[in-house]
Design a protein around this ligand. Structure first.
Ligand SMILES: [Zn+2]
Length: 364
């Protein structure tokens, strides 16, 4: 059975391994060694995502989490205060997604130790999930045969199941005006920053409806105080759980930029809008929801089905035909320096995954 002490130690050890996005090698090595020790067959795809297999009966269930963290995520000093694990306040905790990885490792250990009949398991630990689901987009899906699964990467308790998540489109733009000396001949210049600001005030931004949001999160431009800024660049995104609204919003963004190009014929404006992940909506009757429900029931919990405002590896798994749904990993305040992991909930996550592997039997 899942062991709180061992799980807590694993979690703390994983948190102490720095793994900001793009620098996952040390974390990969540790996790690969642990999976091999548990008797799994471990492979890496061309992007060095980890895919591992535990033999068992029937169709495999996929258990997945990601190896990377956001910043500030170096030299993390986790401290356990009763049931709560937190950082020293200068870094994130990295519970996102180390708690997910620790849950999968503990569930595998407990299932193997139980020695009873079990379901086949496939494990996918992806790289570079934060900031664009890069690893899962490169994942070699030919290595996976599961059609159902659990993504250990949600906030809150493990009975929180995300059955609906939005699409995200990323927006980048560059504006080129004309530089001129701000004091001697400003009339010869064309301020790229002013054009960018004009565009910004016309874009539909913020919460647009219950399932649709838009943001420009970064704007940069100019060179010096006394030069009319020649260049400006912006970076943003919009999301919706409705693909129709996403398409409508893309049209609105393009219209604002086109109209700006007409108002400033001397400026050069380039706009790039691309999709990073697709929305999904899984029905409450779906077999994956039922499978997670049975595993939760085995440990005395009932699922709450939620719609999320954010994407995860699950969006890409579902796009590729594997209905793997995100559940909570006992962590709160992702991506902040006050992020916490609640150990009893992390343990419940491991017990639930163990029940999923053992078919709902013998989790306790
Ligand atoms: Zn995450």
């Amino acid at each position: 059975m899942a062991d709180r002490q061992r799980l807590t130690e694993t979690l703390i050890e994983l948190i102490r391994i720095d793994s900001p996005s793009g620098e996952e090698d040390a974390m990969d090595a540790e996790v690969t060694a642990r999976l091999s020790d548990l008797g799994l067959a471990v492979e890496h795809d061309a992007y060095n995502n980890i895919v591992a297999r535990l033999d068992g009966a029937g169709e495999p269930v996929l258990l997945s989490a990601h190896l990377d963290t956001v910043e500030p995520g170096r030299g993390i000093q986790p401290t356990l205060d009763g049931d709560i694990l937190r950082s020293d306040g200068t870094t994130i905790l990295g519970g996102d997604c180390k708690a997910g990885v620790a849950i999968v490792l503990e569930a595998l250990a407990a299932a193997v130790e139980s020695g009873g009949p079990r379901r086949a398991v496939e494990v996918a630990f992806t790289r570079h999930e934060e900031g664009g689901l890069v690893g899962v987009h490169h994942l070699d899906f030919g290595l996976l045969s599961a059609r159902t699964g659990i993504v250990l990467d949600g906030e809150g308790p493990p009975n929180r199941v995300t059955v609906s998540a939005p699409s995200q489109n990323v927006v980048t733009a560059e504006i080129t005006g004309r530089a001129a000396h701000a004091g001697l001949e400003p009339e010869k210049g064309l301020s790229a920053l002013l054009v960018a600001a004009d565009i910004l005030t016309r874009l539909p931004l913020g919460r647009l409806d219950a399932e649709t949001t838009a943001n420009i999160g970064w704007l940069e431009g100019g060179l010096k105080r006394n030069i009319i800024p020649e260049r400006a660049a912006l970076d943003g995104e919009f999301r919706s759980r409705s693909n129709d609204k996403l398409a409508w919003l893309e049209g609105q963004f393009r219209k604002v930029f086109d109209e700006a190009a007409a108002r400033y014929p001397d400026a050069r404006i380039s706009l790039d809008i691309r999709n990073t992940y697709q929305a999904y909506r899984v029905a409450p009757q779906h077999e994956t929801v039922a499978m997670i429900g049975r595993a939760l029931d085995a440990i005395g919990l009932a699922p709450t089905l939620e719609a999320s405002g954010g994407g995860s590896d699950a969006n890409v798994f579902i796009e590729r035909g594997i209905t793997a749904l995100p559940v909570g990993i006992g962590v709160r305040s992702f991506h902040t320096t006050w992020e916490t992991a609640l150990i009893p909930e992390v343990l419940q996550g491991a017990e639930m995954c163990q029940a999923a592997i053992l078919g709902g039997n013998g989790a306790r």
